[in-house]
Design a protein around this ligand. Sequence first.
Ligand code: GAL
Length: 675
Amino acid sequence: MQKQKYQWNTMTLGVCYYPEHWPKAMWRDDLRRMKAAGISTVRIAEFAWAVFEPKENEFSFDFFDEFLALCAEEGIKVIFGTPTATPPAWLTEKYPEVLNALRDGTLLRHGARRHYNYNSPVYRRLSARIVTRLAQHYGRHPAIVGWQLDNEFNCETDEFYSDADHTAFREYAKQKYGTIDALNEAWGTVFWSETYTDWRQIHCPRPVLNGGHNPHLLLDYTRFISESCLSFAKMQADILRAYIKPGDFITTNGLFGNLDNHRLLNEVLDVYTYDSYPDFAFGLDRDPRTSNDLNDRKWSRHLIETRSICPHFGIMEQQSGGGGWINRMEMPAPRPGQLALWAMQSVAQGADYLSFFRWRTCAFGTEMYWHGILDYDNRDNRKLAEVKEFGKLLRTLDPVCGAEHVAAFALLKDYDNEWDARLDALHRRIARHSEAEIFAASELTHTPYDVVYIDDGTEADEIRKYPVVFYPHPVIMNEKRAAMLRCYVEGGGTLVVGCRAGLKDMRGQAYMLPQPGVLQELTGTDVRDFTFVSPGEDADPEASVWNDVLTPLEGTAVLDRYKGSYYAGEASLTEKKTGQGRTIHLGSAFSRNTVRKLFRYTGIVDLFADVVAAPEGVELVMRRKNGRTFIFALNFQTTAQQIALKKPATLLYTGEPAEGTYELPPFGTAVFEIK
Ligand code: GAL
């Protein structure tokens, strides 16, 4: 269960600002122009360690004192970042052990960012010191409303190979397994004579041929990275809590890999924030196979995921200009309307705080092409006008602040499978395919879902409110989780699982059981044959990537059969009733058509049926608060789209009544309250 301890109580607009990038003479004018645009909050300081501690143990607060005094004077609130993502040159030069390394041991040197490691005792000491000094100095500053830890934990790299990491991983393995024999057993080291005889032989992964490192070690290494980051973050939060004002929140901005963000919120933060850059859908770094498929609308998937961490989250960085570092990530400028569409997409999916990145494009440095609201020339422009316009709309949405999302089903996930899919190519392929297709089916049919992460402590009651849950590929499964799912099904739930379910244990070793292993009682199927499906060789275009040939056991109904290959006619989709509920087993990865059929078959309600009809190109989101129902309609198309309001409504933006046909302009949005 997620424990959000801070929640915004009005919709709040912010911007990322770097006083150290500009002549002081510009500050006041910047703050006034922000206010005029409806911006009330700035996020600052997260990369400014060299300003605060220009030389070892010599601290200087004058610069930011001056800026914060101006913020207080101008009535601008501040989210203050701890600067540990960018250790200064004196630090890394004197203490190279703080640096992160590539897998081959090459140290990542000064000159960019995030070049440190979480486990170096020296880095922990120096980080604790700068955070303490900042907390002591600024903790009670009246302009400050919240604190951001570091910047984007695990961004740019989520792998760590410094000496300190090797040492800490060894310790982690010792704590986890106790004896070297237990470790050998868990990691299956008898394979290829990998057997360890001494703890000194235990390392983080090092270079091996073809990347074919021991998968069980890799899985534990990923868990270890997450633990390392959590404890580094907690170290900072514990310090801050001793000094900051009651009511001020601690957050960080995500969302990145190899990190249990759910525990990060529960154990460290008060509220979670996400950095939303939908322009990646149009830039040169996009994935050409999926680039024309939902494009920027795909960011809703990340936002839904963020909502699973923290139901009412913030956006710390919302894209406001074309992206690009000097050396990579070429991206177009958002077209007129698109900036506000992306911002409203975040709000629709659960953001109550929205901060644009960044006020003005920096005229120097690696990110000099990462464009902000204002350009180098500092003139008013169309982006500023759009931010202003968006700010006006946002102020009409206070009734929606903190409103709950209404979902038709849940998508279950867990970190063991997330991380296994990083190292297991087959798992990765089916998981990526199915998640993208389930999202697409959900978007195109207006069947919204929540993501729920489960672990060994999850109770069936936590998912009971969803009549249907998709758990696409729980390749890793254990008795506890299977028992929780059984309890959910017995109580009347519909569980949908796909291929490869129940294959592995928590160590990532295959169960020597008929598949789907510990889920077999629930699925009532026996996988006696299975195969990877080569691209273009699908037995059935709707059953791609992997085919488990399902043999129905007694009492299991066959819903569909494979159409081709040597197993044509065998079951591909089955249903088994248990208690009041049922389990549906799909032998393949999920295609959007199969998902659509399953929506119909399982009777997932059409949430919008009585309220609004919209074409596929429009995203619909439903939220409720205090008995009031709100509908967001977002047009991701370059052409106007019409929706049909089936009930009398009020357009919150203007307070005007609306009913019948309503036209959304290209990239247009609307938020209605349904009467
Ligand atoms: C984010 C980061 C910002 C800035 C931005 C644009 O990932 O937090 O500091 O780098 O991307 O590249």
